[in-house]
Each structure stands twice: as C-alpha cells, then as structure tokens.
Design a protein around this ligand. Structure first.
Ligand code: ADP
Length: 652
C-alpha cells in the first residue's frame, strides 16, 4: 500500500477518474472526475438516471475500480490495493446505507447490526455491546429483538444506519437513503443524517430528490459521466473543529473472518428457511438411509442365510457307489454302512437311503371306497435306515419315524414326505391311513413336515430298508448321508471310504461340501453391488437437490451477497459461506440418514428375531459422505455467488 502523507487532510480524493464499461462498444460511465472531500463534509450527488451516480458511489465505496485515474482514501491509493485490502477498507472505514435497506429478513435488529463486525475478524467479545450502542444511537434500543418485517420503513433504514455506524467509519455513503420512504420517515432520516454530520461524520448522499440535495452543504451534479460542482457558496459547512478529523489511522487491516463466524453464518443461512432446508436435505437423508439400511440389512440377512447355509453345506458328506459302465455299482455299500460311520469321530448322524425302482409301482391311498374312482400316483419310493431321519434333519408333522424293529421284521410301514402326503390326500396318521404300493398295503405311521437335506424325500414314500429288500428286491443301500461336526467334513471325506469298504475304498464316491467361504463371497459381493448401486443413485438425486436449492438460494439472496461484499466480505468469504451451508446440509442429512438407517436395521432385525449386523464404519462414514456431497453440489452455486459483482448485486 502506498500512502501519500500530503493527502491525509482529505477523507477522499479522486483524480481524473474514468470508468468505462464494455469492450467492443464502450460506455463512458465516468469521465475524468476530480473530487475531494474534507472531514465533516456533506456532499450530495445528483443527476438523471444513467448519468453515472451509482458508478461514482461504487468507486468511492471501493466496490469497483476506476478504469483510469487515481482514487485516494485517507491518503491511501486504493487503486494499488488487493481485493482483501479493499474489503478491509470497506469493513473498517466506510459505512453503506442503501435505498432498499438490505437487512437480512430472518435476523433480529441486533443480529443485523452485529453482522457489520463479522468481516472485521474481531473477536466476538464486545460485539453485542458495540451493536447495542449503535442501535441506541439511532433510537431503536426498544426494537433490538425485532425482526425487520415488524419495523416501519423509517425504522428499517435506521437499523441500516446503525449497522453502518458500528465500526466508527470515516465516511458514510448513502445511496438514495429516502427513496423507499414516505415523506415523514424520509424527513426523520434526513434529520438524523444531518445530526450525524453535525457530530462530524463525513457524508455522501446520492439522490434524485432536490429537497434532499438542498440540505447538503456541497453539491455535485453528474450528466453523462461528467461531474460539475454546483455548490451554493453561501451554504455553510460545519465548523472545522467539529469535524471528525481524518487522523491518518494508517492502512486498514485486510478483511477477515473467524471460522466460528463463518460457521455461525452458514448455520443461520440454513435456519433462515428451515422447512426448505429440511426438504433439501431429504434427498441425502433418503439416499443415506437407503444405503445404511440396505447395507446393514444385507449384512444381517446374509449373515443369517450364510450361517445356515455354511452350517448345512459344511457338515454334509454323501457316499455312493462309483459309477461304472453299467451305472452305479449296486453292491458297493454294506448294509451296516450307517453303524460303521457312526463309529468315526466327527460323525454326528448317518443314515442310508436308496431310491427304489418305481417304474411299475403305483401308490394309492387305501382303503379304496370306490375302486372306479381310485387314483394312483407314480410317487418316488425311498428305502431308509431309521437313522436317516436324523442325518437329513427331518421333522414330523404327524405320527412317528420308523425304527430298527420295522426293518428287521420287514413291517409294511411308510413315512410320507409332505408333498407325497398332500397328493395322496392324507393329512394325519390318527385314523391309521394305509397306502397301496404295487401289490402291498402299507400302514402310514408318519408324515414329515420338512427336511433340511435331500429334498427328494419331500415328495417321496419312505419305507424301511428290510421291507424294501423283501418287497422290491433292494440288494444294498445305494447311498449314505452323513452329518459331520463343523470342521470335520474333510476328515470324514478321507476316512469314510476306508471305514465302509476297507477291502476296496476306491469303489466308493464321496461328495463333499463346497467351499463355503467362496460361495459366501460370491453371493455377498453380488448383493452388495446391487444395493450400493441403489443407494448411490439415491445419493445422486440428493446431490442434485442440494445443488439446485443452493443455486435457487444464491439467486434469492443476491441482495444479501451484495450487502456482505459492501460490509467487507471478499469473494472467498462468500464462496466459503455458501459451500459451508451446503456441506452442513449434507452432514446433517448424513447424520439423519445414518440414524434412520440404523433404526431400520435394528427394527427389522428385532421383528425377524435376527441379530443386527452393522458395519461400524457406516454411521461415521454417512455424515462424511453427506458433507462431501454437499460440498460437491454446492461448488457451482458458491462460485456463482462469489463471482457476482457487488455493484450489480446491490442494484438487484
Ligand atoms: P445512475 O446511477 O446515475 O443511474 P449508473 O452509474 O448506474 O447511473 O450508470 C451509468 C452508465 O453506465 C449507464 O449508461 C449504465 O447503463 C452504464 N452501466 C452501469 N453499469 C454497467 C455495467 N455493469 N455494464 C455496462 N454498462 C453499465
């Protein structure tokens, strides 16, 4: 910053200042303007619309730079200052009062006035007292807690003046300060401004109104960017000793903002329209709820499916005769296969099971009341050792299982699979139902409800092995189903052929369980990919929602953006504020989404009596993901807000 000591007597001095707009067609908004102002001056700038008044005001207020010429403020050449330093000058030395007040509608009078301190990087201590003192100075102490909407136009303008006075500026810039007021309020505001001037405040008032202009000691008129001094030399300036001397306060600090203030502004921005903020967050809330809930539920359900599946698959071994050229060797397994296997350490249950050739065996329910109406079914018939029921984890709907005695005595008894029983029309064994298999009558002693293994048994008629041997010429059991202890399957796979056929173990074929971990991984990764895709899609919708609403909010708050720039915000401050607002919405959305997701997982698990399985990272990651979505979707609107010219924004 360059300081010219000889100019410290002036509050400001413009030398040959010009401002042009446009490149191809240039508009000369200001032409070589020379103007200087001493402390305590009251200057009215008049001129028709489009003459260049706002352009001049914006240059004086360091909201715009001249195209050529020099502008000194309290001796500092502002044309050499950085954006940050110019913002610092605005926040510390210049007060702004606008025609349309530019008060934040959702903040109280006190909060609106305190806003002036936000960009001065001052600690929050004393901020409230300074604001209250300024409010008292404009005579509105009894309205400090009011919202602007509850105030009259004149009162609102006084709040705006209080906001401008908080930092004890060297210059008060008023742009049509009475333009929106009725004549009574306008007169009051003018009286108040006159009072301020009499107390030594340097004032510039831009106005259309002759009555307003006439009250100023100095007057300049602009037409087509050219400034003419039309001061009535008889008018009196305030005495020099009353003027607040421009006391060479030195270069202003660059404008700055404490993080706490930034956060408070962002949160206040969010709460300005709580319902809209809530609706905006809904996209992210739904997306993250879906994500956390689906991932949690998939873990929970998978855990359950997989644990059942693992246990069943990992403990099942089936031994059959090896297939040769003539089919499966029917003599490969001994009759006492189940007993032999049960002697092995690691076998929980074992039972033999053989499909009886049913090509010519029809089964029908009997006794037959009307032989003409009798229906015969071609049902599967299995011969089973009594221990098979435990090995396949069968449970009964009605009656009982067969036992060793049935087989030894070759009793004609049968246990029906549930589908077979349904087809035969037998629902219970209470009335001793019987069925006819080929030429023999069998007493139904049990009906199964289900089996965990060997689903073929569900539609089958199960008879004792001894009986099958006698009635259907079963030579040997065809397979043996083994349930092992968890982890013992591979050992049993090795040992069972030797236990069953020590003479020729290679005559047997052993089916062993698939590797559960690989199956689990395949199932889980497919499921998770789909659910993540669904959650991801919801999040994209949420991101578009936040981006869209932040953009709408930027458009709605153009005036506020202009005001913030005027009171000292840099482009960076504006961008950060909007980014923080959208990120906070994302984070809050994330927290809500994660909580709802966890609740859903817990509720569904409680209902299903499952153990909820939650990835501990999910509730922590959800707010982070939400925040990131908010940041990304808020970037474009925030940049647009930052790029707005304060001059244009304030006109809006
Ligand atoms: P006043 O405040 O006296 O009504 P302004 O200072 O707003 O006048 O404008 C002076 C001239 O500069 C007008 O012709 C206006 O159209 C032009 N002007 C102002 N701002 C811009 C801009 N950003 N781009 C182009 N022309 C502009």
């Amino acid at each position: 910053m360059t300081a010219a000591p000889d100019r410290t007597e002036h509050v400001l001095e413009l030398k040959q200042v010009s401002r042009q707009y446009g490149r191809e067609v240039t508009i000369e908004a200001l032409r070589e303007v020379n103007l200087s102002l001493e402390p305590g001056d009251c200057l009215a700038i008049t001129g028709p619309s489009g003459a260049g008044k706002s352009t001049l005001l914006n240059i004086i207020g360091c909201l715009d730079r001249p195209t050529s010429g020099n502008y000194f403020f309290e001796g500092i050449d502002t044309t050499t200052l950085s954006d940050h330093e110019r913002a610092g000058l605005r926040s510390q030395r210049i007060g702004f009062v606008f025609q349309s007040f530019h008060l934040l509608p959702h903040r109280s009078v006190l909060e609106n006035v305190m806003l002036a301190d936000v960009y001065r990087k001052q600690s929050q201590r004393g901020r409230c007292e300074r604001a209250l003192a300024a409010i008292e100075r404009v005579g509105l102490a009894h309205r400090a807690d009011f919202l602007p909407s509850k105030l009259s136009g004149g009162e609102r303008q006084r709040v705006a003046i209080a906001r401008a006075l908080v930092g004890s500026p060297s210059l008060l810039l008023c742009d049509e300060p009475t333009g929106n007021l009725d004549s009574k309020s306008a007169a009051e505001i003018l009286d108040f401004l006159e009072q301020l001037n009499l107390q030594g405040m340097t004032l510039i008032i831009v106005t259309h109104d002759e009555n307003v202009a006439r009250r100023a000691a100095r007057r300049v008129h602009i037409i087509d960017g050219t400034l003419t001094d039309i001061t009535d030399q008889t008018s009196s300036r305030i005495p020099a000793e009353a003027a607040m001397k421009s006391d060479a306060r030195g270069a202003p600090l660059p404008s700055g903002m404490a993080f706490r203030d930034l956060l408070e502004e962002a949160i206040a921005g969010m709460f300005a329209r709580p319902l809209r903020t809530l609706l905006t967050m809904l996209g992210v809330v739904i997306g993250l709820t879906a994500l956390v809930a689906t991932v949690g539920l998939s873990f929970t359900a998978n855990n359950r499916i997989i644990s059942q599946f693992d246990e069943l698959a990992a403990t099942e071994v089936i031994v059959t005769g090896k297939s040769g050229l003539t089919g499966v060797d029917p003599l490969a397994l001994p009759w006492d296969a189940a007993e032999r296997l049960l002697r092995l350490n690691g076998v929980v249950a074992a039972g033999t099971m053989s499909a009886v050739d049913t090509s010519e065996v029809l089964v029908s329910a009997s006794p037959v009341r009307d032989p003409r109406r009798q229906t015969a079914f071609n049902l599967a018939i299995h011969a089973a050792s009594p221990s098979l029921f435990a090995a396949v984890r069968a449970d009964l709907e009605s009656g009982r299982f067969m036992d060793e005695g049935h087989s030894q005595r070759m009793d004609r008894v049968a246990v029906l699979g549930p589908t077979a029983a349904q087809r035969l029309g037998i629902v219970s064994v209470e009335h001793l139902p019987a069925i006819t298999i080929g030429d023999y009558r069998y007493l139904v002693i049990g009906i199964l409800r289900g089996v965990a293994r060997q689903p073929a048994l569900l539609g089958s008629v199960i008879i004792p092995e001894g009986t099958a041997r006698h009635d259907f010429g079963l030579q040997r059991p065809l397979s043996v189903v083994i349930e092992t202890r968890i982890g013992a399957a591979s050992l049993i796979v090795q040992q069972s052929p030797l236990a069953l056929r020590p003479d020729d173990p290679s005559a047997l074929r052993v089916e062993f369980p698939p590797e559960p971990q690989r199956v689990r991984d395949a199932v889980q990764s497919d499921l998770n990919a789909m659910l993540l895709l669904l959650g991801g899609l919801s999040l994209i919708v949420g991101a578009i929602g936040i981006g869209n609403i932040t953009l709408v909010s930027v458009m709605e708050r153009i005036g506020e953006i202009g005001l913030r720039r005027a009171i000292g915000a840099t482009r960076k401050h504006i961008a950060i504020q909007f980014l923080l607002e959208s990120a906070t919405m994302g984070i809050v959305g994330g927290i809500l989404g994660a909580s709802l997701g966890v609740l859903i997982v817990v509720a569904v698990s409680a209902y299903q009596v499952w153990t909820p399985v939650l990835d501990p990272a999910a509730p922590i990651l959800a707010p982070v993901v939400g925040g990131a979505i908010g940041l990304v979707s808020g970037t474009y609107p925030a940049l647009r807000a930052a790029r707005l010219e304060p001059v244009e924004a304030l006109r809006n």
